[in-house]
Design a protein around this ligand. Structure first.
Ligand SMILES: [Zn+2]
Ligand SMILES: [Zn+2]
Length: 161
């Protein structure tokens, strides 16, 4: 299968030309794309300026729609909700999304398909926003802060009873 690779800094990081797909054998191409994405929820955000990766394939379903099956990988940072120290992690999101030129309203579960390109930036951003932790932890075993003196109990016991 034909592989389309685009790395950071190339224009339209998460886009693939429609003609590249329709000309490919089986009307399907593999994609390995990466670029920065701004995505933020209460509690965490995609590491600003970091590279978000999109790996998978794009298949032409018919003349007005394509199907994207891919995995989004992104690094996130936030503040631990128990101890308030920095928290971080990596998220992997599996996607299977339909893009259609015939999308009529925002309520539909499809992305708008441009006649020339498949622009997957919104899809990548949506995936990140859905997956970002709203209650991030520095570690699943974080002991948090003492409710009496506020000391970080991960660094040892405080003097409170
Ligand atoms: Zn913590
Ligand atoms: Zn204490």
């Amino acid at each position: 299968m034909q592989v389309i690779q685009l790395k950071a800094g190339q224009s339209k990081n998460f886009s693939v030309g429609r003609s590249q797909i329709s000309r490919a054998p089986g009307r399907q191409v593999s994609i390995e794309l990466s670029g920065p994405i701004e995505a933020k929820v209460t509690g965490s955000q995609v590491v600003p300026g970091s590279q978000v990766d999109l790996v998978g394939d794009v298949q032409e379903v018919n003349s007005t729609s394509v199907l994207v099956s891919a995995t989004v990988t992104a690094r996130w940072i936030g503040e631990c909700t128990r101890c308030l120290e920095p928290a971080q992690g990596v998220m992997n999101v599996e996607l299977r999304e339909l893009f259609s030129e015939n999308r009529v309203s925002d309520d539909e579960l499809t992305y708008r398909l441009d006649p020339e390109v498949v622009d997957m930036s919104d899809m990548v951003r949506d995936a990140c926003i859905l997956e970002l932790p709203q209650v991030p932890l520095c570690s699943t075993t974080c002991k948090g802060l003492c409710s009496e003196c506020g000391e970080n109990l991960n660094f040892g016991r405080c003097g409170c009873s």
